[in-house]
Design a protein around this ligand. Structure first.
Ligand SMILES: CC(=O)SCCNC(=O)CCNC(=O)[C@H](O)C(C)(C)COP(=O)(O)OP(=O)(O)OC[C@H]1O[C@@H](n2cnc3c(N)ncnc32)[C@H](O)[C@@H]1OP(=O)(O)O
Ligand SMILES: O=C([O-])CC(=O)C(=O)O
Length: 371
């Protein structure tokens, strides 16, 4: 037995949900470019959970179910208030809150498909409220209740800021949610599938996935990209900053990918949005800096930007706090995690690979007094 480091190239599951073939990403066979231009996030949720696009009445029903389930237990908000709010990362708060949602869901351990679908709706609805409530509580503000008449993207921005967003903000945020919704067997989705393959519950699967997404090699990279842009500060500093990092063999966040070789097809959509939004908010330099970094990394390392690179300047332009970028990724990716969890339950087998043992050979126990 010999190990494949990082399981590179190993096919670990069959899935009908999304595919990456020759650098083309599809959700259930629909090209991501097509979905990014035409579909709403709610349509994508339906697509991922039912492996087909909804008809009008089905979409209306899903939107209603999401709107009806957005409120969260007061105990979660009260618990946020007890946290060390000046230091706790919103991903840690989210990880804990999703676990708490399971505590308050009477159906948490009911394992039939209908109950699991109901939990999927509740979780997708409530996760937006959890992230926005935490964002407000830590600023000493009260959470804002969702408006049932608003769509998912609009409601998120409304609950975050307490005022209804402009159409262009809704359009950009909705597209970002569509682009982040699913991505084959990425680390957090694999984590969710491993967890529920023990027949553990949906909340455990999503809590585990949030833990995996948090790391800077995965979803946590978008916050790190913004940290880098902030540190660089201006267009004229880009060259020396990036060159210094490259000379020191440091990784540049937002570049590289385990699967894509020519490029991540989601990045061009975010790049276009970044240009438009940074111009609109009077911060075009942020986009220009991003492009300069991009050109340097492509030229010197031949590494294309991934989904996390231009999403940073997009979210910043929407006035979103930088440490909320990864929780927003989680809000969108919950749709994909849940789709994979339901798919895993439907055709389950325990996921239990082997390790190649590289430790010492057989040893004899030595009593502590003789060591
Ligand atoms: C939503 C997402 O999860 S998208 C990914 C988000 N993560 C990031 O943006 C973090 C930065 N990128 C990376 O760390 C990596 O490219 C990953 C984690 C995405 C993929 O990792 P892997 O497939 O394991 O590639 P690995 O880390 O082995 O890199 C291969 C080579 O490219 C280099 N490389 C990879 N990414 C980068 C980068 N961002 N900057 C500089 N060099 C890089 C590595 O140093 C390595 O070089 P070497 O062979 O000379 O040692
Ligand atoms: O697929 C991956 O390894 C990471 C990624 O881009 C994602 O999860 O969106």
């Amino acid at each position: 037995m010999s190990a494949t480091k990082g399981l590179e190239g190993i096919v670990a599951a069959e899935s009908k949900i999304s595919s990456i073939i020759d650098d083309t990403l599809t959700y259930v066979g629909y090209n991501i470019d097509d979905l990014a231009e035409n579909a709403s996030f709610e349509e994508v949720i339906y697509l991922l959970w039912h492996t087909r696009l909804p008809k009008e009445d089905e979409l209306a029903e899903l939107k209603q179910q999401l709107a009806d389930n957005m409120s969260i237990p007061q105990a979660i908000v009260d618990q946020f208030k007890t946290y060390p709010l000046s230091t706790v990362h919103p991903m840690a708060a989210l990880r804990t809150a999703v676990s708490l949602l399971g505590v308050f869901d009477e159906e948490a351990d009911v394992m039939d498909p209908e109950a699991n679908y109901r939990k999927a709706i509740r979780l997708q609805a409530k996760i937006a409220t959890v992230v926005t409530a935490f964002a407000r509580v830590r600023k000493g503000l009260e959470p804002v209740s969702p408006k049932p008449e608003l769509g998912y993207a609009a409601n998120f921005l409304y609950m975050l800021k307490g005022e209804e967003p402009a159409d262009i903000e809704i359009e950009a945020f909705d597209k970002a949610l569509v682009l982040h919704a699913d991505h084959e067997l990425n680390a957090s989705t694999f984590t969710a599938r491993v967890c529920v393959a023990t027949l553990s519950d949906v909340y455990s699967g999503v809590t585990a996935a949030i833990g995996a997404l948090k790391g800077p090699l995965h979803g946590g990279a978008n916050e790190q990209v913004m940290k880098m842009l902030t540190e660089i500060g201006s267009l004229e500093n880009v060259e020396s900053y990036i060159q210094n990092k490259l000379d020191n063999k440091e990784k540049i966040m937002g570049f590289g990918h385990r699967v894509y070789r020519k490029g991540d097809p989601r990045a061009p959509h975010l790049r276009v949005m970044s240009k438009k939004l940074t111009e609109l908010t009077g911060k075009p330099e942020l986009y220009e800096m991003s492009v300069k970094i991009h050109d340097m990394i492509v030229e010197q390392k031949k590494l294309p930007a991934n989904v996390d690179f231009f999403s940073a300047s997009v979210y910043d332009s929407l006035g979103i706090d930088h440490d909320l970028f990864t929780p927003i990724f989680a809000v969108s990716r919950t749709s994909g995690w849940v789709a994979h969890i339901l798919e895993q339950y439907a055709n389950n087998r325990l996921i239990r690979p082997r390790a190649e043992y590289v430790g010492p050979g057989m040893q004899k126990y030595v009593p502590i007094s003789e060591r």
